[in-house]
Design a binder for this molecule. Structure first.
Ligand code: ADP
Ligand code: TRP
Length: 320
């Protein structure tokens, strides 16, 4: 059984892009091996410096993942900072991480190009990520395309440490790209919280209606035949109600279905599909102690793993 491990950004209020692009895949993997997921709050410090907001985001992210189907009996869900061993492991890995490798990191270069100040935390972010993965003896790291380079760096650093210290300290992990669909936002561009074009997983009532009815369309009149593949409404509908996609596509092509009515159909499906998730979310939000207990239980298992790996690493390099 492979051990899957992935880090989740504590982004707070998550949207349908996150759900279809990442969360659903994480939930499915619970049945295909040992699944380890953690909320990457140490990593978040490279961009968020607001203690209250960070705490709230970690809680919201845990609630969202649990409501969407992570099952604490079938996976290990923990908070990264509950396993401080990863920071010591980060140091050991930093001593073998080539500067040139870090200087080549695309995500770092992108962030700097966007004007984010280059501090050492941001620069060494991939090594903290390597420590996350290696400290849990992860076999397979399910990630999006943007994180592949980081997993490759993890492989390089793990192999180098093993070589330099002549020991099999670290398991060398592999990445796995999910079949994540591209989820469009209400303006047709990639759904992203930074574009303000999201439909939130927990949106309901007026808020949900406003988001869905606000989807941008062209000016074709209701009678006109329409190409479903050009329509954000149809693309979202296909994800939410795959069994009915063909029927909707036919109605688009035939003409006679206005965008307003198509949006109402989509609204009804989103509302129904996420209703159980919303209900679970409400129950979890009302019981923070239960959420905390899940994270605390996960931390015990994750810490045991990390202590074992760290002990191997310390021994190999001559620390007491
Ligand atoms: P955002 O763009 O809102 O900041 P993140 O970058 O935090 O979202 O994404 C977290 C996870 O959700 C990533 O694994 C990413 O691949 C997935 N994801 C986010 N937006 C989309 C989208 N529009 N389509 C598919 N996957 C997405
Ligand atoms: N860097 C990842 C992201 O931005 C999150 C992350 C942190 C991660 N540590 C990890 C992912 C370890 C996989 C494995 O999405």
């Amino acid at each position: 059984m492979p051990r899957f491990l992935s880090g989740i950004q504590p982004s707070g209020r998550l949207h349908l892009g996150n759900y279809y692009g990442a969360i659903r895949e994480h939930v499915r993997l619970q049945d295909q091996g040992e699944a380890y997921y953690f909320i990457a709050d140490y990593h978040a410090l490279t961009s968020l410096r607001d203690a209250k907001a960070l705490r709230a985001n970690v809680f919201d992210t845990a609630v969202t993942y649990l409501a969407c189907g992570l099952d604490p009996d079938r996976c290990v869900l923990f908070r990264q900072s509950d396993v401080p061993e990863v920071t010591e492991l980060t140091w050991l890995l930093l001593t073998v991480a080539p500067m040139a490798m870090l200087e080549n990191a695309v995500s770092y270069k992108d962030k700097v190009a966007r004007g984010i100040p280059a501090d050492a935390g941001l620069f060494t972010y991939p090594v903290l990520m390597a420590a996350d993965i290696l400290s849990q003896d992860g076999d397979v790291v399910p990630v999006g395309r943007d994180q592949v380079q980081h997993v490759e760096m993890t492989r390089d650093v793990a192999a180098k440490f093993n070589r330099e210290f002549g020991a099999d300290v670290f398991k060398v992990p592999e990445y796995r790209l999910g079949e994540a669909p591209y989820v469009p936002g209400t303006d047709g561009a990639k759904m992203s919280k930074s574009y303000g074009n999201v439909v939130e997983i927990f949106a309901e009532g007026r808020e949900l209606e406003k988001a869905v009815m606000g989807i941008k369309t062209d000016s074709s009149p209701p009678a006109a035949p329409k190409n479903p593949d050009d329509s954000t409404i149809y693309k979202l509908f296909s994800l939410v109600a795959p069994d009915e996609r063909e029927a909707l596509a036919a109605r688009f092509r035939a003409g006679g279905l206005g965008y307003g009515d198509a949006k109402k159909l989509l609204l009804a499906r989103v509302d129904a599909a996420f209703a159980p998730i919303r209900e679970r979310g409400k129950a979890l939000r009302a019981d923070p102690a239960r959420v905390e207990a899940v994270l605390a239980k996960g931390a015990v298992t994750a810490r045991e793993n990390a202590r074992r790996v760290l002990a191997r690493a310390r021994k190999a390099c001559g620390l007491s």
